[in-house]
Design a protein around this ligand. Sequence first.
Ligand SMILES: *[C@@H]1O[C@H](CO)[C@@H](O)[C@H](O)[C@H]1NC(C)=O
Length: 185
Amino acid sequence: MKSSIALAVLLVPLVAAQVPHWGPCPEPTVQPGFNLRQFMGRWFEIARLPAQFEKGRCIETNFTMKSDSSIRVVSSEIYKGEIKKIEGTGVTEDMKNPAKLGISYSYVLPYTPYWILSTDYVNTALIYSCTDVLRLFHVDFAWIMSRTRSLPEATVQKARETFENNNIDTTRMIMSKQQGCDKEL
Ligand SMILES: *[C@@H]1O[C@H](CO)[C@@H](O)[C@H](O)[C@H]1NC(C)=O
């Protein structure tokens, strides 16, 4: 069993950062026949849940396969004029559910869910992460990702509908800032 202290350390900031929802996590459908290799590469964050206004801009994540079939996950953003990077490790947690990845950004933290609900690998990916707290309530994160820094409004709307159809509330979803990124990098 994992230490309850580690769990508390993980969950306290998570819970404090947002409004938890009552009840256990929803059980969304995930991408059928998920192909991990096709998912690798560079993805830009187009929109996110929950709204965290203090975060940086130009957020992107680069996924690459490691030789042991785990995934190197490098996320970067521009915050106060500087490029900040964090590196994590991704794993397929259950071979029967290849679209359900886990990502950890530190060896002291457990893997948190990183579920690919839907992707065509070349344009968009819808990501969901949810953690149950004692089956009483849950805290969740969702991202609309794209291979390019912007997506047509209709595509964003369709992505939100996909979340909503899986009982994921996107009312508090905000658009990420991807303007003026490349000239500074
Ligand atoms: C993504 O990571 C790979 C492996 O480290 C690297 O070769 C590649 O240049 C990176 N791509 C971007 C856009 O950062």
